[in-house]
Structures are given as structure tokens and as C-alpha cells.
Design a protein around this ligand. Sequence first.
Ligand code: NAD
Ligand code: ZN
Ligand code: ZN
Length: 379
Amino acid sequence: MKAVVYKGPRDVVVKNVPDAKIEKATDVLVKITTTNICGSDLHMYEGRTNMEPGRIFGHENLGTVIEIGSAVERVKLGDRVCMPFNIACGFCENCERGLTGFCLIANPGNAGAAYGFAGMGPYSGGQAELLRVPYADFNCLVLPPDAEEKENDYVMLSDIFPTGYHATELAGVQAGDSVVIYGAGPVGLMAAYSSIIKGASKVMVVDMHKDRLALAEKIGAIAVDDSDGSGVEQVMALTAGQGADRGCECVGYQCCDHKGHEVPNLTMNNLVKTVRPTGGIGVVGVFVPEDPHAKDKLAKHGQIAFDFGQFWIKGQHIGTGQANVKAYNRKLCKLIAEGKAKPSFIISHELPLDRAAEAYKNFDARKQGWTKVILKPGQ
Ligand SMILES: NC(=O)c1ccc[n+]([C@@H]2O[C@H](COP(=O)([O-])OP(=O)(O)OC[C@H]3O[C@@H](n4cnc5c(N)ncnc54)[C@H](O)[C@@H]3O)[C@@H](O)[C@H]2O)c1
Ligand SMILES: [Zn+2]
Ligand SMILES: [Zn+2]
């Protein structure tokens, strides 16, 4: 099969590799029809993780079931399925509580597994023609009859729509709240979209990229252009000097100042500044325990200089971590099926798998107009 293989920093290649296959009775084999490139892939692509060369990327996957393990009962041949990026067993202590991003079984010795992901188990990604799906009865979301027609919407259930929603859950967004979101990448836009769906009164999205901010405006959020470094003041002005009720971090450890220099504590401290006293902060942007290639001394060991005193005095609270996609994907799927949500609005490029290298290069450069790339292995 053809697959997107990581060769080394900023180097991926589409090449022939051995076919993915059923390895356990609880697996299914999926023929991938849509697979997205994610901001999380970029940390690995840039060589900022311990991703092993030779591995296949891709954790945002949708396709058709073409083979079924002997112990699979619910999922059927021909089902159109979307897989959460998390691989979860469904029966461990964390899965039982809906915390599938922290499964204790799928990646022994760690909490949490994923397809094609550094440090999250040996599983191959789905930027390929075929994908092995473990614990398939638990992990496959079987899609409604309009799966093909709305494929570009449903594929967002694999990660960024639930992840954006998770950010709002961690922050505690409720109807009527004002929300500030750092990052207008796919995840930040989905956090904004989720806030709007929940009935937030005012949603402010901070970024420096005009094309991404324009998308935020298109869904009814307020674009806060930080290209001159005035984002924090703008948010304070928009909230009568009080700060927003809730805040979401959708950038992660590679966040930059307006001049493009990495400043790992910037978004976290900006959240402390721009969320009101007793407000909630949800952090879904990725932070890593070790970042040997960081320029910042603290960041090398996954540390940031966090304004804890301000945070404490303001009585804020914070929630972090990988999204438990399964906790939300079924309900968000219903919003799509009923025409109440259309997350495909963020897609800028739909390309055949063969063009993955070019797509990585442009998306990594945050090149104007490259908001979200979806790959179509069948084409
Ligand atoms: N927790 C999870 O489950 C989960 C799931 C998916 C993605 N993620 C993470 O979410 C983050 C965002 O993903 P994405 O796909 O949207 O990535 P992306 O890199 O495309 O978007 C990040 C955006 O943040 C902006 N940005 C950089 N510095 C900023 C700053 N100081 N203030 C405001 N905006 C700033 C960039 O201009 C960019 O538009 C990544 O860290 C990714 O790994 C987490
Ligand atoms: Zn992703
Ligand atoms: Zn589990």
C-alpha cells in the first residue's frame, strides 16, 4: 500500500510499504478514503519529538471497513467509519470513565495511545491506503447513511471538532459566556465553533494569520489580530477591562510572539491575563515533557515560567490534555447529520495522497490560505 512515511525533520515521502493487516481478533481493516494533516503532525514533522523515522503519519482517519477480525461483533463489512485519533481499549479504569485519551491498556506503561504518533504506542497512521483499527467495536464510530455526501464534515470527528469542543469543556464554557481563544488554526477555529454552538455571547480568536482570522469572523467570532503584539490589550478592551469568562489554549509549546520567535510561556500567561478572576482555562494545545531542540532553557525540560501568582490570586482553574474524542464524537456527529454543524468550512485543500509532501511543506509554513489539508488516498 501507499503511505506517508516520516524520514526525518521536514522530510516525508509517499511510498509503498507492506499492507496494514488484521493482527488481533478484535481488529478491523479500513480502506482509508479521507485522512487529514493536523497541527500535531507538524511537531513531529519538524523533528520536535522522538518520532522514529520510517513510521507512517496520520491520526485523523475515515474510511470503509473491508475486513473484520473474528471477535468483532458490532462493526460490519462495508460500514463507513470514522476513528477517534485516540486508540482505546474500552475496558480499563480510564476508558470506563470516558477518559479514552488516557487508556491504560493500548500503550502499556503510558496513559494514552494514538495512530502514527510520537510516544503514543507502535500504531501506524492512516495517511495510507489501509489502516488497522484495534479494539474496533469500541473505536469505530459507524457513520449515518449520508456518510459519503458529508465525508469532509464527518472526518473532522476524528480529532479537531471533538478537540475544540473538549477545550470548551475544560474551560467550562456555558451559554452566555465570553470566550477568548488563542490560535486560529484548525483546533482554535473548532473551539470557537463549539463555543458558538454552546451559545457563548462573545467569542474572540487571537492569531496573526489574516486568512485564519477571516474564517473565525465567518462563523461569527471576533478576530483579534495580534500581528502588532496588541492582542492582550484588544481582548481586555473587548471585555470592559475584566477579561473573558473562559479561555482556550489552541497553540501549544511552539507558540510564537508577533515577530515569529518561539516563546513557550506566551499563550499560557496571556490566558492568565485575559481570563477574568475565577474564570476557567482549557489547554488542548500540546505541551511536551521534553523538547531537546528548544532554544529556551526551561522548555528543553518541558517547563515554562508560568505566572502562577497571578493565576492563584485570580482564582482561575485550568484543565489540560489530549481530548477524549469518544466522549463527544457521537453527539457532534448528530449535529452534522442534522445540518446543525458543518466543520468542513475550515478545509482549504483537498489533495490526493501522492501530494502529501507538498501539503506538509505548505501547511508547516502556515502559508497564506493553507488552513487545513485533507488527503484522499483513493484518488
Ligand atoms: N489536545 C488534543 O487532543 C489535541 C488534538 C489536536 C491538536 N492538538 C494541538 O493543538 C494545537 C493546535 O493545532 P492546529 O492543528 O490548530 O495547529 P496549527 O499549528 O495549524 O495552528 C496553531 C495556530 O496558532 C497560532 N499562534 C502561534 N502563536 C500564537 C500566539 N502567541 N497567540 C495566538 N496564536 C498563536 C499560529 O499562527 C497558528 O495559526 C497543536 O499544538 C496541536 O498539536 C491537540
Ligand atoms: Zn490531529
Ligand atoms: Zn482503556
